[in-house]
Design a protein around this ligand. Sequence first.
Ligand SMILES: Cc1ncc(COP(=O)(O)O)c(C=O)c1O
Length: 390
Amino acid sequence: MKPFCRDTWVEVDLDAIRANVETFRGHLPAQTGIMAVVKADGYGHGSVHVGKEALDAGADSLGVALLDEAIVLREAGIEAPILVLGYTPVDSVAIASKLKVELTAYSEAWILEAEQALQRDELGPVGIHVKTDTGMGRLGVRSEEELLRVVSALENSSKLVWSGLFTHFACADEPDQTHVRRQYETFQSFIQALRAAGKKLPKVHCCNTAAAIAHPEWGYDTIRLGIGLYGLYPSPYMKERADVPLVPALSLKTKIAHVKVADEPFTVSYGATYTAQPHEQIATLPIGYADGYSRLLSNRGAVLFNGERAPIVGRVCMDQIMVKIPNESAQVGDEIVLYGRQGDEEISLDEIAALTGTINYEVPCLLNFRIPKVYYRAGKECTVHHLLTK
Ligand SMILES: Cc1ncc(COP(=O)(O)O)c(C=O)c1O
């Protein structure tokens, strides 16, 4: 049976994932490990396949935002260390213990409650990474006193093991490095305070992709590699610096479902915002905003046909879009590239992000369970993953 019954799919190049891990491996000091961040289903690329490839290529752990995301990885047979970077409700700590997944903590109250929950269920240890807020204003302890209290609570716990210390940068991808330097200094002063109190430091980490590119010497025990793993730069500024060459891993493709050339002008899509003129060739493509292809691309974006740009005409519908094909050779079933390369042309995720007023991170994350993913290795299809029909 065909693994999927629609003519729209994502292609993920696992060689690109591997190459990006190897590039960071070469860029970082030898003692700095790589945590491959595969939250949000691997930034829309598929957490299991990307996670396995990254580990095989030299990453030594995986990072996710949610315990549920870690469960998916364990169920797929991944045994490497996994850290949940976000908040985990105390009533789920037992699951983390059973699956040997490490959690993030930043409050004494949470630690005491988690300890009680594990004792009640007679469960084994859970590794805890303490998060410090050095200037992100999101999660984390904010003062040395608070940090020492949280660490003491962990040391007094018989069920929780202090396994890591980290922070997250807010502006590492910007030309002005003042904020990130200030955050780094605050993080260092937290480390100093712990040392002064006689604490033996666990695994320390602070760098995301941007900080790892700009400051590899800040890597400590591991970097947390997210967007760079997927071959994308954290900002247009970082892309310009380009001293770390990355290979984008994701393409989005479809096939033409219908072609029409009218003798008379006709309007296209909801709101009749575009009028096709006689002899214009309008193709209908089976993808829409319900797949995560933004409606903001209405009358703005383009796709690639035969290596040339074909502009989107009219509004993006829930399941379909219309494009104007620049010559009259299009046929039902012809391949179209929505994101990625065809011939010498490319529609990058950065371009889509700029057109839709967002960042490249969001563009693949929006592609959802309706779109099957086809994985490639050495230029050959190796596996297909389709959540909708799973
Ligand atoms: C705590 C944490 N660490 C690391 C990352 C990876 O960041 P990036 O994708 O910029 O490398 C993220 C992503 O948002 C994060 O939230």
